[in-house]
Design a protein around this ligand. Structure first.
Ligand code: AMP
Length: 405
């Protein structure tokens, strides 16, 4: 019952091996990076030894994903870095896939038709799906005895109704090119929603909640009685909330305006919106901890970036409460959501009259990394902090699927 979770990007492979018989204990994790570059690297961390003793770092050329994956299998199974005696101990492999298009609403076992479908939607995720496909191909080759499962970031949002996923553009763009809202971070939202229902002691199909994933990328889901009915990201992970370096929602007329006035190409604008915007665009830094350091030093732009960031989250909470018609909880998660007392306080400060009353003291004193309730005792809607764990969720979904075959 050992599940290897792989997140294979265009130039990197992240991995974690879970022992599912031991409540999902992590046996090892690691990162292969700078694939295709003259010098690459692999960092392998073995648990539960102390971190100092258990980190093995090497620099070497890694010309392609196959060599990268060979290194991963080698570190897991050979010598002092090993955590299992042979690759045969790996029961299955779960691959994180950013974009499943409209094909996939649940995890699937990889076969040639899955690879074909993922290849056909490369235009929807040109930065991610090619790396995922390289990871799948090499894992299938190097671990032939382990079934491979794909788990999609888009799957949780496939329950959206057409009025939620369609854009008010000419309908043929949807028919011809499948231009629509897909939503991302679905594995995290689904996991956090499940944990929220569990925390409230309610059945998921009787729970309605707003999940608020605030990390480097930020997104929100409205989940009604276990089914996602809306999500803030769109065709790509650029839409919705303000993020570390991504702009989120902007009047689309800004793009042709900038093209004309600044002589920018579509590619330039895409890069600016993805990499030079958000917190970084407004105040120069993308990490929320740095934003706070600058605020504390009296930097007005950092204060503005913080206020803008929180305002948009509040805006979506209001919209989603109205769409849901009932709401049992707001659940904050990811790097900022789990750790940032100021962001949670600012987001929730005006939500009391909607039934979500934050308790400033509970918010401040909640232990980091722990799930908890930060609402007042009389708040009709609970405000929760629910740590996410996308890798564990992928391992759990992989194992659940493998147990059905
Ligand atoms: P993630 O993408 O989930 O790893 O989240 C990254 C974001 O979380 C960055 O903006 C970090 O500044 C933020 N973050 C991580 N730890 C903390 C913390 N202790 N306090 C405030 N923000 C944090």
């Amino acid at each position: 019952m050992k599940i290897l979770v792989i997140n294979s990007g265009s130039s990197s492979i992240k991995y974690q091996l879970f022992d599912m018989a031991a409540s999902g204990r992590v046996l090892c994790s690691g990162l292969v990076e700078r694939i295709h570059e003259p010098m690459g690297a692999i960092k392998h961390k073995k648990f539960p030894d102390s971190p100092e003793e258990a980190v093995f770092a090497d620099e070497l050329p890694i010309p392609d994903h196959k060599i990268g994956m060979q290194l991963v299998v080698d570190r897991i199974t050979n010598g002092q870095t090993a955590v299992v005696a042979s690759p045969d101990e790996i029961t299955g492999v779960g691959h994180r896939i950013v974009h499943g298009g409209e094909f996939f609403s649940a995890p699937v076992i990889v076969d040639d038709s899955v690879v074909e479908k993922l290849t056909s939607i490369i235009p929807l995720a040109p930065l991610h799906n090619p790396g995922h496909l390289a990871g799948i191909a090499t894992a299938r080759e190097l671990l032939p005895a382990a079934p491979q499962v794909t788990v999609f970031d888009t799957a949780f949002h496939q329950t959206l109704a057409p009025e939620a996923y369609l854009y008010p553009l000419p309908y043929e763009f949807y028919e011809e090119l499948r231009v629509r809202r897909y939503g991302f971070h679905g594995t995290s939202h689904g996991y956090v929603f499940g944990k929220t229902a569990e925390f409230l002691g309610r059945a998921p199909e009787e729970t309605s909640a707003i999940t608020i994933h605030l990390g480097n990328g930020c997104s929100m889901d409205a989940v009604k009685r276990g089914k996602c009915i809306d999500t803030s990201m769109g065709l790509t992970p650029l839409a919705g909330l303000m993020m570390g370096t991504r702009c989120g929602d902007v009047d689309p007329a800004v793009y042709p305006f900038l093209a004309e006035r600044k002589g920018l190409t579509v590619k330039d604008i895409d890069a600016i919106c993805n990499k030079q915007s958000g917190l970084k665009g407004v105040c120069g830094v993308n990490d929320m901890r740095d934003v706070h350091a600058r605020r504390a030093a009296g930097d007005e732009k950092a204060q503005l970036a913080f206020t803008m960031f929180c305002r948009r989250v509040t805006h979506y909470v209001g919209a989603y409460m109205a769409l849901l018609g009932e709401c049992h909880a707001l659940s904050f998660t990811a790097g900022i959501g789990e750790n940032d007392v100021d962001v949670r306080q600012q987001v929730c400060q005006t939500l009391g009259y909607l039934g979500a009353k934050i308790d400033a003291e509970k918010n401040k004193t909640l232990k980091r990394g722990q799930p908890g309730d930060i609402s007042t005792d009389d708040s009709p809607i609970r405000i929760l902090v629910m740590p996410t764990n996308e890798e564990l969720a992928i391992a759990q979904q992989t194992l659940a699927l493998l147990q059905t075959i």
